[in-house]
Design a protein around this ligand. Structure first.
Ligand SMILES: [Zn+2]
Length: 286
């Protein structure tokens, strides 16, 4: 699934292609991809709008349109956005195309049909529940620590919860936990302030590294021109079960945590049975 670095890459690459363009119309390949409004209203309302800005919030692409409407796109499992000449044939699994005034099309391709488009006057009706942006300049370590107050669950599912913090998915959560040397099954209320500082830093590090490499292509993520990211060559644990840890040489293991395949180094990331009691005494987290 595209995560923050992949969506950020798509945003950065779409921006010069789309800002200033006018949408001339929508062609639909599969009507279920439009969450709201109705398909008919979507087509009527989007035609003639100028794309004023392309942004990102969490894993959503945010297209600010003229006349006060916002188009939000969530790519979910297998979605991609391509910009192609309108005269070229649609790619397989193309669910929706927006024709542009320069003869190109913005194409939403989605094999597994989980991705959705939302055309709304108030973007907050879709984005309002999202947690903070981990790469915001003002997302300080104190803000990160505050999120953990009164949280008791395991850390990894918490990091994947978009209401808790926006943009992390399975790959970068595993990488961040490895870099912070934290076991994904550690309980949130056992983390010391040092550990939370490490995690805050490592989340930001792995996301920035992913953006620098134009994202991670392990299955079907592609950039708007159809090319792949390169961060898959720099992953330290994700997808590396059976291979040697690049830090200590131990064998990377795959676990299931909160229903998700999870990769750890059993030596670098101490198991909760040995470290989980840490921080349970009052006053450890300062
Ligand atoms: Zn290791």
């Amino acid at each position: 699934m595209p995560e923050l670095p992949e969506v950020e890459t798509i945003k950065r690459e779409l921006r010069p292609l789309l800002v200033g363009r006018t949408i001339v119309g929508a062609s639909v390949g599969w009507e279920g991809c439009v969450d709201r409004p109705s398909l008919e209203e979507f087509g009527e309302q989007i035609a003639g709008r100028r794309i004023e800005e392309v942004g990102r919030r969490g894993k959503f692409l945010v297209f600010t349109l003229s006349g006060g409407l916002t188009l939000l796109v969530h790519l979910r499992m297998t979605g991609s956005l391509l910009v192609k000449e309108a005269s070229t044939p649609w790619e397989p699994h193309t669910r929706l195309c927006l024709g542009l005034d320069d003869g190109q099309e913005l194409r939403f391709v989605n094999v597994r049909k989980f991705g959705r488009l939302y055309l709304v006057a108030d973007a907050e009706e879709v984005l309002g529940g999202l947690g903070p942006e981990p790469l915001d300049e003002d997302f300080r370590v104190e803000d990160f620590c505050a999120l953990f107050e009164s949280r008791r669950g395991m850390i990894k599912p918490l990091l994947l919860d978009q209401h808790f913090i926006a943009g992390l998915g399975n790959i970068y959560a595993d990488e961040a936990l490895f870099q912070a040397r934290l076991h994904p099954q550690r309980k949130a209320d056992t983390l010391t302030s040092d550990e939370l500082c490490r995690l805050h830093e490592s989340i930001r590090d792995v996301l920035r590294a992913g953006i620098k490499d134009q994202g991670t292509t392990v299955s079907d993520y592609v950039r708007p021109d159809g090319s792949k990211g390169t961060h898959q060559y720099s992953l330290l644990v994700s997808g590396r079960a059976g291979e040697a840890c690049r830090r200590c040489g131990a064998t990377i293991e795959r676990l299931v945590v909160g229903g998700r395949g999870t990769y750890i180094c059993p030596r670098c990331q101490e198991t909760p049975s040995r470290s989980g009691q840490r921080g349970t005494a009052a006053g450890v987290r300062r």
